[in-house]
Design a protein around this ligand. Sequence first.
Ligand code: HEM
Length: 123
Amino acid sequence: MYTGLKHLHVLLVALSVGLLILRAIWLMRGSALMQRKWVKIVPHVIDTALLAAAIGMVSMMPGLNQPWLWEKLVLVVLYIGFGFYLFKFAKSTGAQIAGLIGALACVATIAHLARSKMPFILG
Ligand code: HEM
């Protein structure tokens, strides 16, 4: 069960990041695809399922005394913040690129933490 959830979690992470990059490209090109209903809905469905799989795994863990997990959560909040900035507030292409780079840097660090389980600060 745990392994199944982990595979699902990683698959949803890949879909989530892939869609983030695609949407960022469409945004910067001013593409009409950004107005499609599915483009507005599907990312939220994927991110909710990603989180649900994560919560499922966390509920099966022996305890929450796992510093890497707490650091990961802080970075997830930062990742959401960069995404929000990119799609809602960044007005110039430069600002949008900065938002995208920030979000991708968070994802890379999150994935590194998830794999190594070696916290940067709390360890
Ligand atoms: C952008 C968001 C996220 C990304 C990019 C991400 C990435 C990953 C990756 C790549 C793995 C697989 C690690 C491995 O190969 O061993 C993983 C596992 C895991 N993630 Fe996430 N994750 C995200 C969000 C979350 C959240 C919000 C939570 C907690 C509420 C969470 C909890 C977990 C847990 C418990 C595992 C399993 C660790 C293990 O047993 O090896 N993840 N995550």
